[in-house]
Design a protein around this ligand. Structure first.
Ligand code: MRU
Length: 331
């Protein structure tokens, strides 16, 4: 991803491994500060996942892969390390997929650094292919809507939902992106808009509640990411995704979900079995230290919702564009 504007821009990933340390962009401080944090202990990597220093399903998976690598290099108890990582957040399939993948690789006596690096590169390669397939769905002049951040920050590099947008722009298509702000943690406004700005892709931030208004008056395609996709094609993604999918069907707007193999949970039959993370009510009632709700009112804060498969036009994957009934091919 391009970081920094104009002549000062350079390429950077959301997370990387160097000299026995995991380094990552602290996504809680964007867009105001580009701050890099470093960890050398798997417990600190798990804490960074939990407190959302790093977030987004494939990036969480990459953090888990590097975390397992640190544990192996230090000779730590790998079962404990895997449990610590897996308990950091419950919904994104990638966290469990990457941790189990690394456990197997280490059991098979693979070099932990090489195993983690090849896992992470696989994710980036998958995202690149998602971009190539997805760009075919975007026409010159299209107005695209996305939700949350499914960009390079969420996937190490390139993005899932943002990959087709980047690729379409590279192909010379003139596109415009509606970015819903994504209450309560503002991943759309603070992260997606930041990424699009770095790349000079025209966009506007809209309030979450404005999606219907703009979809009615001219959105050509909606593309979102996913945290977990079950065998029947239901999927969990950032809270607020479900209502966009329902609106898209009502308004005949194609609704696509972009995700790599690591996000597919084909052992789980349907979306009602997905564990939805509940986060602190204070993410809703406060902005920073400041209370913005009446003291004494309660708030509930599910981080994700589940959209039924019938609202999905297709899944954009590294293996092509699949209808919900075709996702068995991801096995
Ligand atoms: O709570 P977050 O910020 O980790 O949620 C992220 C999302 O919901 C993304 O849309 C999803 O992980 C897809 S990222 C490629």
């Amino acid at each position: 991803m391009k970081v920094g504007l104009g002549g000062n821009s350079k390429d950077m990933r959301a997370i990387w491994l160097i000299n026995g340390e995991v380094r990552m962009i602290d996504q809680r401080r964007l867009p105001t500060d580009l701050s890099i944090v470093a960890f050398s202990d798997v417990r600190d990597v798990a804490a960074a996942i939990r407190n959302m220093t790093i977030r987004g399903a494939p990036s969480i998976g990459a953090a888990a892969a590097y975390g397992m690598c640190l544990a192996a290099l230090k000779g730590a108890n790998l079962k404990e390390a895997a449990e610590t990582l897996k308990s950091a957040r419950p919904t994104a399939n990638d966290l469990f997929y990457a941790t189990d993948h690394m456990l197997q690789q280490i059991k098979d006596k693979k070099d932990p650094v090489e195993a983690a690096e090849s896992y992470v590169q696989m994710i980036v390669d998958h995202c690149t292919r998602i971009g190539e397939y997805g760009a075919e769905l975007i026409n010159d002049g299209d107005r695209v809507m996305t939700h949350c951040n499914a960009g390079a920050l969420a996937t190490v590099d390139v993005g899932t939902a943002l990959a087709p947008i980047r690729k379409a722009r590279d192909q010379g298509k003139k596109i415009f992106v509606f970015v819903s702000e994504t209450r309560p943690r503002f991943q759309g406004m603070q992260l997606t808009a930041w990424e699009l700005l770095q790349e000079g892709i025209p966009h506007s931030i809209i309030a979450d509640g404005a999606s219907g208004h703009f979809m009615k008056s001219g959105v050509n395609i909606v593309i979102v990411g996913a945290d977990r996709i079950t065998a029947n094609g239901d999927f969990a993604n950032k809270i607020g995704t479900y209502e966009k999918a329902v609106l898209a069907k009502e308004l005949n707007i194609p609704f696509y979900v972009a995700a790599p193999v690591s996000t597919f949970d084909l052992d789980t039959e349907s979306g009602d079995k997905i564990v939805i993370e509940e986060r602190s009510p204070e993410e809703i009632t406060k902005i920073g230290p400041m209370n913005i709700a009446p003291v004494g009112s309660s708030a509930v804060n599910p981080a994700f919702d589940v959209t039924p498969a019938r609202y999905v036009t297709g899944f954009i994957t590294e293996r092509g564009i699949l209808k919900p009934m075709e996702i068995g091919r991801m096995r």
